[in-house]
Every structure is written in C-alpha cells, then in structure tokens.
Design a protein around this ligand. Structure first.
Ligand code: F2R
Ligand code: MG
Ligand code: MG
Length: 349
C-alpha cells in the first residue's frame, strides 16, 4: 500500500501482537538456536492449533489500553490512559509485567491520586524506570497522530505515566518515530531512514533532563543517538553474527538495550538472509531474527513487528500466525479505527 495505507496500519498493529505472542516462548533465554525458532514458528502452521493459543503479555495488554484510550478520547488524555492501565493490571495481573512497574500500576488505581505522573517519578528512589515498558506500547501513537511533533510529544507523555527516566521515555519516542517513518514508506531507503532517526533523536536527546540522566547512568551524552550510529555501522557490514549484535546493541529489558536492537532487526531483514528460510518474506524474517537474539524476545519482536508491519502491510502476515495469537484479530479491528482517526486528523477534522 501507499503511505499511511490501511494495510500498513493493520500490519503494524497485528505484527506487534504476533511478536509479543510468539516471542513469549523465549523471553529471558540466554541463547536461542535458530533451529528452535524455526520449529516454534512452523508449529503455528499446524491446522489443529489456532484460536489464540499463544497468549499475549504486558506488551499487548498495555498497548490495547493505549489504543482504546486514543480512540475513545480521540486524542491523548493522560487521566483516561492511566485509569485504563490500572484497571487492566488489576483485572489480569499475571501478564508478565516488570517487577518495578507493578508498584506504579497499583498506585494509579487510587482514587486519591491527583497527579498521574507522580507514581512513575517515585520509582527507583526517584530516578524513574529506564525499562522498555514505555517503548513496547508506543506504536499506537504513530498510528493516531499524522504530525511528527504530536507523535514525539504524546509517545513521551504516554510513556511517562510509568517511566520517568529519559532513558525509558526516549526509547518510546524512538520506537514511535520508527513506526511513523515506516508508515510513510521510509524503509524503501534504509540509509535515509536511519539518518532521519538520528537527526530526530539528536533533538529529542538535546535537553538538560536527558543529558543529566545519561550522565548519572554513565551512558554516552546522547545514548540513543550513539546506539543508532552503531546500528548504521552494523547495517554497512556484509556479515554480522548474532553475538556481535547482542554485544553492540544488547537484547535486554532496558529501552536502550532493546529499541535500537528492534530497529536493527527490521533493517537487517529487509533482504533475504542465509540463516533464514528462503520461503520467508521480510515480515517473517524480522520476527524469526528477533527471537533468535534471545533476551527480551517478546518485547524486541513486538517492537520490530510494529515497524516491519508498517512497512510490509497486513498481506505479509501469515493467516496461520494470526489465528494462533490471542488479540491479533482485535488488533486488526482497532487498526481500522486508528486509520480513520489518523486521516480525520490529517484533514484537520
Ligand atoms: N518483566 C518481564 N519479563 C520478566 C518477568 C516475566 C514474569 N515474571 C513472568 O515470568 O511471567 N517482561 C516485561 O517487562 C518488560 C517491560 O518492563 P517495564 O514495564 O519497563 O518494567 P520496569 O519494572 O519499570 O522495568 C523493568 C526492569 O528494569 C530494571 N530497571 C528499570 N529502571 C531501573 C532503574 N532506574 N534502576 C535500576 N533498575 C532499573 C529493573 O530490574 C526493572 O524491574 C518487558 O520485557 C515486558 O515484556
Ligand atoms: Mg511481555
Ligand atoms: Mg519482554
């Protein structure tokens, strides 16, 4: 489809759910042989499976809250979104949430709470979380707002409801930017895509709060920019091993160690790769490669899935995968509604 087509919206939201559901199998594993990944993925073609057998985790549970809030309020409303996070957690606490964020979600359910951003600020002795929980649910912001400045602003505010450290919320901004650009067809020119992300993040990481957090955590002056430069270096190499990707970019639960990694997975899998079956299209390659990195597989595959899905569109996703994943069909319905909201906004309605 063309820029911002319905197919791209459906691809983004559905592939994010698939990444979460199929990635759950390997979350936390140190090494994941490609053979095990391919076995897991081919088991999804088994006709006797299906009907949402693979459950979604916190990644999708929170993204669904973001989507419902953006749709119901026709824009960003922090009170409504915070209430939905708290309600969702209390209804299904067993979705594999991070151990820190649980405290925030409990506090957000208090009717006495006057500032919905305060519980996040109190995390980790006032330093805030740098986990990837803001980034894992950031894709819907790119699907609701056509304007780049809105995508950046609301992805940051949406993440700050749980992640007040800039290394957490700027990961969400980067993820939303990647989906936004992919939706416009920017992955047709991969070098320009990565350069554009670096330019945008230069500005995002240029403020005092970001510099301060980076200094305290002993990271580079502009940590996401530095990682994106590493992504560009790896892209330019003809051969890269999985070990090198993990050591250069990471595969962990911190946004800094997973959002640039997810972006690399998408870029690396734009072409066929020796380690992946020839019959796989780009979307299948991206999901398989994300799982083979090990570590935070559900979240890396969820984020890479959203970016790749926005590029390849819904037609690239195998029907059998959709049938196996809880929430994938709901995501497809929501994508259509977000597409309408996005195009209403772009017409100034
Ligand atoms: N939590 C998981 N997976 C592991 C456990 C699964 C579960 N117990 C099960 O077996 O079912 N996955 C999910 O969590 C990640 C998103 O986490 P989020 O929302 O960012 O949570 P949190 O708690 O804010 O941060 C995660 C951890 O990062 C460390 N951390 C963050 N900020 C820190 C800081 N300022 N100082 C020190 N440590 C910090 C802590 O260890 C946090 O617990 C996704 O992978 C999702 O799938
Ligand atoms: Mg998860
Ligand atoms: Mg995870």
């Amino acid at each position: 489809g063309g820029p911002a087509s319905l197919s791209r919206f459906r691809g983004a939201l559905v592939a994010a759910v698939l990444g979460d559901c199929v990635g759950g199998e390997f979350e936390g594993a140190e090494e994941v042989p490609m053979e095990s990944v391919l076995q897991h993925l081919s088991s999804l073609d088994d006709e006797t499976k299906g009907n949402g057998i693979l459950e979604y985790s916190d990644d999708t549970a929170m993204a669904r809250c973001v989507v419902q809030s953006l749709l119901t309020r026709a824009g960003f409303d922090e009170q409504d979104m915070a209430r939905r996070f708290a309600k969702e957690y209390s209804a299904s606490p067993g979705r594999g949430y991070g151990s820190g964020v649980i405290q925030v979600l409990k506090k957000l359910s208090s009717p006495q709470l006057s500032d919905v951003y305060q519980p996040a600020r109190d995390q980790f002795n006032g330093r805030g979380s740098f986990g990837n929980g803001g980034a894992m649910r950031a894709a819907p912001f790119a699907l609701a707002f056509p304007d780049l400045a809105d995508v950046k602003r609301f992805a940051r505010l949406g993440a700050m409801l749980t992640h007040s450290c800039s290394l957490g919320y700027n990961g969400a901004v980067l993820q939303a930017l990647a989906v936004h650009l992919s939706l416009q067809g920017a992955l047709d020119l991969p070098q320009q895509f990565i350069s554009r992300l670096i330019t945008e993040m230069e500005e995002v990481e240029g403020n005092e709060a970001a510099r301060n957090d980076a200094r305290i955590l002993k990271e580079a002056e502009k940590p996401f920019c530095e990682r994106l430069h590493r992504v560009r270096d790896l892209m330019d190499r003809s051969k890269v091993s999985i070990e090198e990707v993990i050591s250069e970019l990471g595969n962990g639960i911190a946004a800094l160690h997973s959002v640039p990694t997810a972006i690399f997975c998408v870029l690396h899998c734009l072409q066929p790769r020796e380690c992946l079956p020839e019959k796989y299209g780009g979307l299948e390659r991206t999901i398989a490669y994300s799982l083979a990195l090990g570590g935070d597989t559900d979240t890396i595959a969820c984020m890479a899935g959203a970016i790749a899905g926005a590029h390849y569109g819904i037609e690239a996703i195998p029907q059998s995968w959709i049938k196996c994943c809880e929430g994938a069909e709901d995501a497809d319905v929501s994508a259509e509604r977000l597409h309408m909201l996005y195009h209403q906004s772009s017409q100034g309605g």
